[in-house]
Design a protein around this ligand. Sequence first.
Ligand code: SF4
Length: 45
Amino acid sequence: MCPDNAVIKLEPGNRYAIDLDYCKGCGICVAECPCGAIEMVPEET
Ligand code: SF4
């Protein structure tokens, strides 16, 4: 459901990663995840 296809499915057992080059921080994945497994944190500068 990520509009930017920034959620990447990794090899079996390694779950998922977020491609930060494409993620715009919209928060849709956090709002829609049925397990509450995604947390947004401020970007470190
Ligand atoms: S915050 Fe938005 S752009 Fe980033 S991974 Fe989630 S749905 Fe995709």
